[in-house]
Design a protein around this ligand. Sequence first.
Ligand code: MN
Length: 257
Amino acid sequence: MIGDMNGPVIGLTSRTLALEAARKTRPTETVSRSYVEAIEGAGGLAVLLPNAGPAEAERYLDLLDGILLTGGDDPHPRVFGEEPHPRIELVDERRDGFEIALVRGARERGTPILGLCRGVQMLNIACGGDIYQDIASQTDSKLQHAQRRLDDGPWHEIEIRGGTRLARILGAGRRRVNSFHHQACRRPGEGLEITAVAAGDGLTEALEDPRHPFLLGVQWHPELAPDEKKLFEAFVEAAGEQARTASKETRSGRSGR
Ligand code: MN
């Protein structure tokens, strides 16, 4: 048995890959094992979500207590109204559309949602914000955000702002995080607050919606950092709280009150 058998059900978004192992003939939905283990380690039940349409996103939200937006390839710039920059890498518009629908639905319903790396960018885009398509060519940052270390260890410093949910979870002030991105959040979406910036260039490293039960994203990969389990624990706890509230509402609905 893994984790808590009564733990909340967390949907993990996936990456559609043409796998070498499948002779590239059949696209395959994939999720890195590290995300699954991070959710299970925090007491949640991980469910893989195949990329689908906006209507399916609503149906998934009916079934789930929380959503984890995993890392992945570049969002198509069309989703924030721009033409592709020459440095744009792989895109998948079906995944973009599905994740945007999940974020908007989760925001409206109060469903806890955690975005990691590409996930924080998708949170921002879905709330009306945008991103730098390529940090190196669109900003004057001298900081290398696509880390060159061979392991996944911390690479650059960030500053977490006090008084935020992120600060309550990980602590305010300086912290070293890993960094595997060439894009970054630019203008924050409606109602979102920047909760951490990179030391050195001030680029956004974390965002949250202070009016939502748990809508938070970070630009790094906490699932690869042994000292950041607290982030998954706080997320799964919020999802558990959401599940209990929802089941109470259902029960009182059935009894006609
Ligand atoms: Mn970074």
